[in-house]
Design a protein around this ligand. Structure first.
Ligand code: COA
Length: 142
């Protein structure tokens, strides 16, 4: 776990500039997801987690929808493998708990299944395509 990373949960109007920058870098530039799919109407209704490095730069983000879905988990490539994604996911799960949600669901890119499995998420159903990337639904009771 990276103790030098701090997490803040913010509404969209406060998180927007930094969350968009990280998501653009990871999903649009790195993964080739069309920009018009990456941004959707849900952002304004989500809790957004931002991860800050020791210098105060935002290096990762994720969101919790009002229906208990976690999504848009993204850590800048150079910051991966240091526990940043774990801190983001734990913060979003904690927020789901404080919102009284009994279950968290997500659509995982299949390469990220082992990441979510470490946090107790189990695969539900078959693989499907979204934005040209194979995904699978995973869920965890809180
Ligand atoms: N396969 C297996 N294990 C993985 C993994 C993977 N692809 N990615 C991370 N893990 C493990 C780590 O080894 C670590 O385990 P440990 O605690 O025993 O050391 C644990 O999961 C936490 O990893 P962490 O370093 O916190 O993850 P990260 O900061 O690299 O973030 C992602 C993970 C998936 C958010 C990041 O790789 C990413 O942004 N990828 C590109 C965008 C993307 O695909 N997002 C997911 C959309 S569903």
């Amino acid at each position: 776990m990276n103790a030098r990373v701090s997490i803040r949960i913010l509404p969209w109007q406060s998180a927007r500039a930094e969350a968009q920058r990280v998501r653009e870098t990871v999903f649009v530039v790195e993964q080739g997801v069309p920009r018009e799919i990456e941004l959707d109407e849900w952002d304004e209704r989500c809790d957004h987690a931002l991860a800050y490095d020791a210098a105060g730069h935002v290096i990762g983000t994720g969101r919790l929808l009002p229906d208990g879905h976690v999504g848009r988990m993204a850590v800048l490539r150079e910051a991966r493998g240091q526990g940043v994604g774990a801190r983001l996911l734990e913060a979003l799960i904690e927020r789901a708990r404080t919102r009284g949600m009994g279950r968290v669901v997500l659509n995982a890119q299949t390469h990220a299944v082992p990441f979510y499995a470490r946090f107790g998420f189990a695969v539900e159903g078959a693989t499907f395509m979204e934005a040209g990337i194979p995904h699978v639904t995973m869920a965890r009771d809180l």
